[in-house]
Unconditional design. Structure first.
Length: 79
């Protein structure tokens, strides 16, 4: 299997950590991105409880979130 870019792997790892209730050591932006990947706004950091504000906060990660949702959810769910 082809290795994915590190940003994609990182968000997949954080999303898997959320699913299993494990700490991930992720940054705020990575946590927000993983919450969007899982479609779980209850995983947003407390200071970003507004969905629009949270989405705007991860401007650099938005394309990664969209890519994972389209192509890699099987990896999120497998982990």
């Amino acid at each position: 299997m082809k290795k994915l870019p590190w940003k994609i792997e990182k968000i997949i790892y954080v999303a898997q950590s959320f699913r299993h209730g494990r700490p991930s050591g992720a940054s705020t932006g990575e946590k927000i991105a993983a919450a969007f990947v899982l479609n779980r706004m209850d995983y947003l950091p407390e200071e970003y409880s507004d969905v629009i504000e949270a989405w705007e906060r991860i401007e650099d990660w938005q394309e990664i979130v969209k890519y994972i949702k389209r192509n890699c959810m099987h990896l999120v769910e497998a982990g």
